[in-house]
Design a binder for this molecule. Structure first.
Ligand SMILES: O=C(O)CCC(=O)C(=O)O
Ligand SMILES: [Fe+2]
Length: 283
C-alpha cells in the first residue's frame, strides 16, 4: 500500500518525484516478472493486443529497450499492478486532482547492453487530452543500480516550463540532449539523480519532471511496470488527435470512456465498477 506521509508530499513538491518502498511483495514481483516473456512473444492472456508493442521476440534487436503500452488490456497480472486504487489515490493527491484514471501503462524491459530512453517530460505527449497533465507511478521489478539503466530524474525540473516532445525517444546517442537545452533555457544547472532501490519499489513523478534512462551496462535485466495517470476529470482535446489513443474517442463526445480509461480512485469513493472483477478474471 502507498501511504503518503507529510515528508513524502514535501519531497514531491520540492523534487518533482518521491520514492515509495515496498509497493510490491516478493510474490507479486515474481508473478509480474513471469509475464514479460509471454507478453513480448505475443502470448496475450485476454486475447487482446496491447495498444503499442514496440519490440517483438525474433524480430527486433536485443540492444533495444523493449516496451509495451497498455499491457493491462492483454494481461491481468499487469492489470493487478497498474490499476491499483492506491496508485490512483496517490497520483490524484500529489497532483491536486479530484481523482485519477489510467491514461496508459508501460511494460519496460531493458536487458544487459540495451540502449537508453531519452530524457523527457511525460506531459509533452499529452496534447490530446485536457488538462494535458499526467502523474506517473514507476515500479521496478529488479533491484536497480546506476550502471543498470535505472530511471533517473532531474531534481526540481517539474518547475521548468513544458517543452515539446523530444527529438529521439528510443535509443538516442545522447539521452540528455533535449533536457540540457531545457535546463539552459530555464537557467538551471541540472541535478540528475539515478534511482537505486530494491525490487518492488515505486517512484511517483510529476508529468513535468524530466526523466529518462541510460544504457544498461550491468549483468541483469531492468524490468518495470509504469502506470501513467490523468485526472478523473480529463477529456479528449477537441482538436488535437492522438493517432493511437484517438481511436477510443466516441464521435460527438469528448468523454474518456471508462471502458478504456478506467477511474482508479476518486475522492468521493468512486472507482470504475468492473476493474476489480477484471483483475480477478471475472469480467
Ligand atoms: O523506465 C524507463 O526507462 C522510463 C520510464 C518512463 O519514461 C516513465 O515511467 O515515464
Ligand atoms: Fe516518461
Amino acid at each position: 500500500m502507498i501511504e503518503l506521509g507529510a515528508d513524502d508530499v514535501q519531497a514531491f513538491e520540492r523534487d518533482g518525484y518521491v520514492v515509495i518502498r515496498g509497493m510490491l511483495d516478493a510474490g507479486q514481483i515474481t508473478a509480474a516478472r513471469g509475464r514479460f516473456e509471454p507478453l513480448f512473444k505475443g502470448d496475450f492472456e485476454t486475447g487482446l493486443k496491447p495498444d503499442e508493442w514496440n519490440w517483438r521476440d525474433g524480430r527486433d534487436s536485443d540492444l533495444l529497450t523493449r516496451q509495451i503500452c497498455n499491457g493491462w488490456k492483454a494481461d491481468r497480472t499487469v492489470a493487478s499492478v497498474v490499476l491499483r486504487r492506491d496508485i490512483g489515490e496517490a497520483c490524484a493527491i500529489l497532483r491536486g486532482w479530484p481523482g485519477a484514471r489510467i491514461n496508459q501503462d508501460n511494460v519496460i524491459w531493458k536487458p544487459p547492453q540495451a540502449k537508453a530512453l531519452g530524457f523527457h517530460q511525460d506531459d509533452s505527449y499529452q496534447g490530446w487530452i485536457e488538462p494535458n497533465e499526467m502523474m506517473t507511478c514507476w515500479i521496478t521489478l529488479d533491484d536497480t543500480r546506476a550502471d543498470q539503466g535505472t530511471i533517473e530524474y532531474v531534481r526540481g525540473s517539474h518547475l521548468w516550463p513544458l517543452s515539446p516532445p523530444i527529438s529521439q525517444f528510443h535509443a538516442p546517442d545522447d539521452p540528455l540532449t533535449d533536457m540540457k537545452a531545457a535546463a539552459a533555457q530555464a537557467g538551471v544547472e541540472p541535478d540528475v539523480v539515478a534511482i537505486e532501490v530494491p525490487a518492488g519499489s515505486a517512484v511517483l513523478h510529476h508529468g513535468r519532471t524530466w526523466h529518462g534512462s541510460r544504457v544498461n551496462t550491468g549483468n541483469g535485466p531492468r524490468r518495470s511496470l509504469v502506470a501513467h495517470c490523468a485526472s478523473s476529470e480529463a477529456q479528449f482535446h477537441p482538436d488535437n488527435v492522438s493517432p493511437i489513443y484517438g481511436r477510443y474517442k466516441k464521435a460527438g463526445s469528448l468523454e474518456m470512456d471508462e471502458s478504456f480509461f478506467p477511474i482508479l480512485w476518486r475522492e468521493d469513493g468512486y472507482r470504475t465498477e468492473w476493474v476489480d472483477r477484471y483483475i480477478s478474471g471475472r469480467a
